[in-house]
Each structure stands twice: as C-alpha cells, then as structure tokens.
Design a protein around this ligand. Structure first.
Ligand SMILES: Nc1ncnc2c1ncn2[C@@H]1O[C@H](COP(=O)(O)OP(=O)(O)OP(=O)(O)O)[C@@H](O)[C@H]1O
Ligand SMILES: [Mg+2]
Length: 154
C-alpha cells in the first residue's frame, strides 16, 4: 500500500491535487472518496474531470446517484462514472441500479463519494480520505492510498 498525504488551503488547491492525481489513472480504475459533508470530495472530483477534459458540469449526483461524463485521454473518449452513495442505505439498492456493472466496465473510471456506504468495492482501488482541520476552515488534509505506486507532482 502506498500513501501520499497533502494539505490544501483552498478549493483551487484541492482541484489541482485532483488533476495531478488523475494523471496516474487509467480505465478500470476505481477511486473511493471519503470525508464529511462539505469536506471537498466533489472539488477533488472536479480536478480529476478537468484533467480528462470533461465538458459536463460536475456536481454531486446526490439524487441521481450516478453522473456519467465523457472523459478524453490520448484522444480516446471513455466514460467517467461519478457516483454519490450518500442516500444509499444498503447494497441491494446498488445492485438494482447496476453498480457492479459500472465498476467492472473495463473502459471506464469510477469515482465514488461516500464510498463507506457500500461493501461492494473490490480490493484494488484508490482511497482518498479528506479531513477537515479544526483550526482552519479552509484547510484539508488529503490522504491518498493506492494499491500501485503513483507519483504526484505537487
Ligand atoms: N481546501 C479546500 N478544499 C476543498 N474545498 C474547500 C477547501 N476550503 C474550502 N472549501 C470549500 O468546501 C466546500 C467543499 O464542497 P464539496 O461539494 O466539494 O464537498 P463534498 O465533500 O463533496 O460534500 P458532499 O458530501 O455534500 O457531497 C466548497 O464550498 C469549497 O469551496
Ligand atoms: Mg460531493
């Protein structure tokens, strides 16, 4: 397991970290994102999507559960599933909406907010933990754990 910890001090820096992280991703990758309400999970996702030139507006799919965006890498288009499990209470709800098909889509990248709401995630995923700071409203500790070695220039 590889861990990279970074502090960010405003939303732009979190977006930038998302962008730098995205450079390490490839289709089939799954990114589980953990952190309190308003911690910055969606800002981090915005950075990932920006790296892949997503043109759709990126917001938490709290009610629709899944947003599908078109990402571009090396001139190829692929799907990015942005999934928000905040309102999910049990795995059976996810099975009904085809969650496992999203995760096993070998051409897509899945980004999952509130990933702690499910037990259906495979072992080899990236985990992003975002921690608020008691003393500073705009500071975040962002801890990236990965099953393969990655490099982040930041
Ligand atoms: N360092 C920072 N990184 C990210 N966001 C920050 C930071 N400092 C302040 N913010 C603010 O915190 C908020 C983060 O909102 P965001 O929607 O990304 O949270 P979230 O974790 O996705 O919440 P939810 O669980 O409701 O989906 C934004 O309003 C952003 O401007
Ligand atoms: Mg969000």
């Amino acid at each position: 397991m590889f861990t990279i910890d970074k502090n960010t001090f405003n939303e732009e820096e979190t977006i930038h970290l998302g962008r730098e992280f995205a450079a390490q991703l490839r289709p089939t990758d799954i990114v589980a994102i953990y952190g309190d309400l308003g911690s910055g999970k969606t800002e981090f996702v915005k950075g990932i999507c920006d790296f892949f030139k997503v043109e759709e507006i990126v917001t938490s799919p709290t009610f629709t559960i899944v947003n599908k965006y078109n990402g571009i890498k090396d001139q190829e288009t692929f799907a990015i599933y942005h999934i928000d499990l905040y309102r999910i209470e049990k795995d059976s709800e996810l099975l009904e909406i085809g969650f496992e098909e999203y995760l096993s889509d070998s051409t897509a990248i899945s980004l999952i907010e509130w990933a702690e709401k499910t037990t259906l995630l495979p072992e080899k995923i990236f985990s992003i933990n975002i921690f608020l700071d008691d003393a500073n409203d705009n500071q975040r500790l962002i801890s990236i754990k990965s099953h393969r070695e990655i490099n982040i220039r930041m």
